[in-house]
Design a protein around this ligand. Sequence first.
Ligand SMILES: Nc1ncnc2c1ncn2[C@@H]1O[C@H](COP(=O)(O)OP(=O)(O)OP(=O)(O)O)[C@@H](O)[C@H]1O
Length: 236
Amino acid sequence: MGEPGVEVRGLHVRFGAVEAVAGVDLVAEAGRATGLLGCNGAGKSTTMRVLAGVVPPTAGTVRVAGHDVRRQPLEAKRAVGYCPDVGGLVPRATPWEHLQLAARLRRLPRGWEERARDLLERFELGDAAHRVTAGFSHGMGRRLSVVLAALHEPAVLLLDEPFDGVDPLGVEATLDVVADACARGATVLVSTHLRELAIEACSSMLVLRGGARVAELGAAEMAGEEGARAYRALLD
Ligand SMILES: Nc1ncnc2c1ncn2[C@@H]1O[C@H](COP(=O)(O)OP(=O)(O)OP(=O)(O)O)[C@@H](O)[C@H]1O
């Protein structure tokens, strides 16, 4: 088996007196989607931010596509496509301008426009491609954030709350993006509160509580009423 796409050992993240992440271990394999679940404040977004290179780890080792986020930050960031839980969009820019900027920053070769147009159509954003995002609904913003994360077919795709407030067509398009990424051998992490969508999108789930990992379950173990009860029990 090759190197895991994401490898986190003993991750701690502290913000002043708050320990947001308190010793998380996580190994996510290439070609698979892993869910990050847990209550509000469990440390999911902070873990995602560390993987995306937005927040530095206080302690622990974090490798993304084989690159240490502390020692090789640029290489690690290049390997990642990140949909943050909030923000990330420029209100006065259109989706097409966001895509142009992403393509330039990532030095994408000619031809990226076709994939960009295809993604916009898949996410029903074709008609809004040249409207500033300031007027977007919450769900439209979520969908555009997934498009931007997926544009360059990253080795590691990080989707933080991608389904939040998104309509069924957007959910379907997001599930397709996750499946496509897995099929081409990417490592996918999806943070969500929606257990049923996590089961659809991911083959295994990591449950966090109080900044620490409390369980790792297969999708089947989370399914149905029994799975719902098992998950609920992990949250208390
Ligand atoms: N920049 C920050 N400064 C101070 N505390 C922070 C900061 N970011 C996160 N925290 C704290 O860290 C803890 C974990 O937050 P985090 O956003 O990672 O949780 P989460 O599991 O993503 O929650 P949610 O499901 O509500 O999105 C919380 O107590 C939060 O208040």
